[in-house]
Design a protein around this ligand. Structure first.
Ligand code: NDP
Length: 605
């Protein structure tokens, strides 16, 4: 399948994009969603590990690492490598793994090549078994990291942090938890994840359903049968199931539900773009011959990051949907330059537009080729630019609609009309079901405390909520003025590499480990970014032009663009990245930490 400029009616396609977007815009934006609290609180109960009672802990550690997902694991590992002792993970789940602890839905797998997605492969000696590893292997790898770097030794699981408060007299953070712990820590790292708190769709009548329900991030295998490694969900054989949502999660679990359930209704508001997956097992001989050599994972990381963000490299190691689109844009720019055109931003913009139109035309053609029923196929076609929403890659999702028991309930952009005691209502028709699975995603853009579950109170009694009331403020996305010895591990205001989120975490972790090791060696008590350095960084980020996609208001609504509502300064700050892109940011951070003077930080003995 290949689309060319001649075969695409650009104006007609862009007009269709506009119509489809306008149809979906709603005045309540992100407020349309229901918070998982009160009567909905059970949706976040842990179905995987039974609660273990324990006595409260009152002690002191060097570093309290809040969150035991990839952010906490890579930070803990880098700290240990740098010789820091007294590192304690505090995690609300029953084990490490974060996203991969919670998201055990059938079919869960990484969307970015395992060799770059799974952190610390070289350090742990693990060879991913597939190009895109499945959830159980990634969870196991999380445990491997914790084991190897001794991060289990002092960890507190099933423990929710309630408050983190700076104690100026002792230069310590005091961490209080739901287990009545009172832990003092010289340093705190926060790695609570950007998509962490499940949300429910604000569908009228949602509380009235009398059947079984759960959110995809708390999969109820007791109800469905089967297991996370893909064993058939035999208990669904006589069940009618509705899944609400068609984002990246639904795309992965729908094929499994389609095989297992007697009847499956897939309730769609906006179709995802589904490109080829082409997963394959890793050939150990090839891995040993072609990949394994000192520094291999960093080479893969750098190669992917460079190519995916429009840079040049001799070879595309990953070769997938992420690098494909970037490669097309690059090839067009090069061709134009060879044809004698002058280099300009306009040239790049046009190459981007053309490549995107081609790609999305192919993706829509793929739907027609794979889905038997023409009406269903039409409804499954995405009408927006590829990076307006999280691109999806799957080789079974579209075919699932050919299963006799599976039916697409397309809502023409309006969402499910109503939920009744017995089922879901779409286009005025009630469809009775035994179970509703909410594949409705996670909170994005709500306040830090609401998502993380705890407040941070810094020097002078200022809270993080207040300091960030107009949007996040930091140096490098890591250091926050007024909050000494505290480090945020994420991607915002840093590299912001969306296609490979863990890469952001690994680089941030290295920088934090360098700061902590340096402060420890030099007997420095407090490390804090100055107000000037923080302001200079924010000015730099705000000086950058509007983001090309994602934050683009002309995109169909979703969490990438604040549900289509103007994001204002707050939204811009919360999703800003280094203007020169992730490759330049990672280089800058590397130089910053290696230089040893940690420009912008005040180091107080
Ligand atoms: P998303 O937020 O992407 O999807 C939520 C879905 O629910 C959307 O399809 C949304 O429709 C739909 N929805 C919301 N309200 C209603 C309603 N009232 N009626 C019907 N449908 C509704 O959540 P996901 O869990 O799928 O994914 C979240 C993110 O997690 C991804 O974007 C990705 O970053 C990450 N992820 C990564 C994976 C990987 O790398 N392997 C796998 C899974 C997730 P609409 O689009 O119209 O808003």
């Amino acid at each position: 399948m290949s689309a060319t400029e001649e075969t695409i009616d650009r104006d007609a396609v862009l007009e269709r994009y506009r119509i489809e977007r306008d149809k979906r815009l709603r005045p309540d934006g992100s407020d349309q969603y229901v918070e998982v609290s009160g009567v909905f609180a059970r949706y976040v109960d842990d179905p995987y590990v039974a609660r273990v009672e324990r006595e409260p802990v009152a002690d002191e550690v060097t570093v309290a690492v809040i969150g035991g997902g990839f952010a906490g694991l890579v930070t803990g590992a880098r700290l240990k490598q740098a010789g820091v002792t007294g590192v304690r993970i505090i995690e609300k789940g029953g084990d490490v793994g974060g996203t991969w602890y919670w998201n055990r839905y059938p079919g869960a797998q990484c969307d970015t090549h395992s060799f770059v997605y799974m952190p610390l492969l070289e350090e742990t000696g693990h060879m991913p078994s597939e190009k895109y590893a499945h959830g159980p292997e990634i969870l196991e790898h999380s445990r491997r990291i914790a084991e190897q770097f001794g991060l289990y030794d002092d960890a507190l699981f099933q423990t929710e942090v309630r408050s983190v408060t700076w104690e100026p007299e002792t230069s310590r953070w005091v961490i209080r938890t739901d287990r009545d712990d009172e832990i003092r820590a010289r340093y705190v790292t926060i790695g609570t994840g950007p998509l962490h708190r499940p949300k429910l769709p604000g569908i009228p009548g949602i509380e009235s359903f009398e059947g079984h329900t759960f959110h995809t991030s708390r999969w109820d295998y007791d109800y469905t049968g089967g297991d996370p490694s893909g064993a058939p969900m035999d208990r669904l054989a006589d069940k009618r199931v509705a899944v609400i949502g068609t984002g990246a999660t639904a795309v992965q679990c729908v094929p499994h539900l389609a095989r297992a359930a007697r009847e499956l209704y897939v309730c769609q508001r906006t179709p995802s773009s589904i490109d080829e997956r082409n997963n394959e097992p890793t050939d150990p001989a090839w891995f040993e011959r072609e990949v394994l050599s000192p520094g291999w994972q960093q080479r893969w990381l750098d190669n992917f990051c460079t190519l995916q963000t429009g840079g040049f490299a001799d070879e595309d190691l990953v070769r997938d949907g992420w690098t494909d689109i970037a490669g097309r844009i690059r090839d067009k720019v090069v061709k134009n330059l060879e044809d004698g055109k002058e280099f300009s931003m306009d040239l790049i913009d046009r190459a981007f537009d053309e490549s995107d139109l081609e790609k999305m035309t192919e993706i829509r053609a793929r739907v027609s080729a794979l889905v038997d029923d023409p009406r269903t196929a039409e409804a499954l076609k995405p009408w927006y630019r590829q990076l307006c929403k999280r691109p999806c890659f799957h080789d079974e999702y579209l075919q699932a609609f050919n299963e006799p028991g599976t039916r697409l309930l397309d809502t023409d952009g309006q969402g499910v009309e109503r939920i009744t005691a017995r089922g879901v209502v779409v286009a005025g028709v009630e469809h009775e079901v035994d179970c509703i699975v909410y594949a409705s995603g996670f909170e994005v853009g709500t306040d830090h405390v609401r998502r993380a579950g705890f407040e941070v109170t810094g020097r002078n009694g200022t809270t993080l909520t207040d300091w960030w009331s107009e949007g996040m403020r930091s140096l490098h996305g890591i250091h926050v003025h007024g909050f000494p010895n505290l480090f945020v591990i994420g991607s915002a205001q840093g590299g912001n590499l969306i296609s490979n989120y863990p890469h952001n975490l690994s680089e941030a972790a290295r920088a934090v480990a360098a700061v902590v090791a340096h402060a420890t060696a030099e007997q420095i008590d407090e490390v804090e970014v100055t107000a000037e350095a923080e302001k200079a960084w924010i000015d730099l980020l705000l000086g950058a032009g509007p983001r090309r996609v994602g934050g683009d208001p002309t995109c169909t609504p979703g969490y990438y663009n604040n549900e289509g509502q103007p994001a204002g300064l707050k939204g811009k700050l919360n999703s800003a990245g280094y203007p020169q892109g992730p490759v330049a940011f990672f280089a800058l951070l590397d130089e910053w930490r290696n230089s040893g003077d940690f420009a912008g930080l005040e180091l107080r003995p």
